[in-house]
Ligand binder design. Structure first.
Ligand code: GAR
Length: 187
């Protein structure tokens, strides 16, 4: 099976969806490492409890290059072939992206190319959009700018808040990401 490493910073619900999908039926990938820049991330605890190897490295007090070298070494020693970012809230350097070119994908909570960056749901509501959604894309040096591999749409309802919309989008993320990752590793 294709060996996937996941980077996250928090809750890890997309990571859990990827792990659960990997354990069902004829999935073409397995999750061999979950790594986090936040040692206290709930997603790391979930991974440990569910038998997935973990790696935690805070970047605090380190040069960015040293932090990324440690993450890179952990991924390589786990034999990772594809990196899936799942709520990893830190920008990867150009050098890291270049070392893993076309082997890093990300899920972003908007219909790219709309609403790159943060606060996507509040921005979609403020703009009066009728639909919102999530996108899975290849990671390049441009923030949320690489080729889009798949998107999923949900309606924006009249009394949505960023929180209610985020919850509706998140459910779609959990369906979209495992499907697109499976397609990506089969490519
Ligand atoms: C998800 O909604 C993901 O799309 C978003 O963070 C959330 C993480 O939730 N990612 C970004 O905003 C990336 N810039 P999770 O930790 O439960 O998967």
């Amino acid at each position: 099976k294709h060996r996937v490493g996941i980077l996250l910073s928090g809750r890890g619900s997309n990571m859990a969806a990827l792990v659960e999908a990997s354990r069902a039926g004829d999935c073409p990938y397995e999750v061999v490492l979950v790594a986090s820049d936040k040692p206290e991330a709930p997603g790391l605890a979930w991974a440990r409890e569910n038998g997935v190897a973990t790696f935690a490295q805070s970047p605090k007090g380190m040069a960015k290059a040293d932090y990324e070298a440690a993450v890179d070494a952990a991924l390589r020693s786990a034999g990772v072939q594809t990196i899936a970012l799942a709520g990893y809230m830190r920008l990867l350097s150009n050098a890291f992206v270049a070392r893993w070119r076309d082997h890093i994908i990300n899920i972003h909570p908007s219909l790219l190319p709309r609403y790159k960056g943060l606060d996507t749901h509040a921005r979609a509501i403020a703009a009066g959009d009728a639909v919102a959604g999530a996108s899975v894309h290849i990671v390049t040096e441009q923030l949320d700018g690489g080729a889009v591999l798949g998107r999923s749409e949900v309606p924006i309802l009249p009394d949505d808040t960023p929180e209610t919309l985020a919850a509706r989008v998140l459910k779609e993320e959990h369906r979209l990401y495992p499907r697109i990752l499976a397609e990506f590793v089969r490519r």
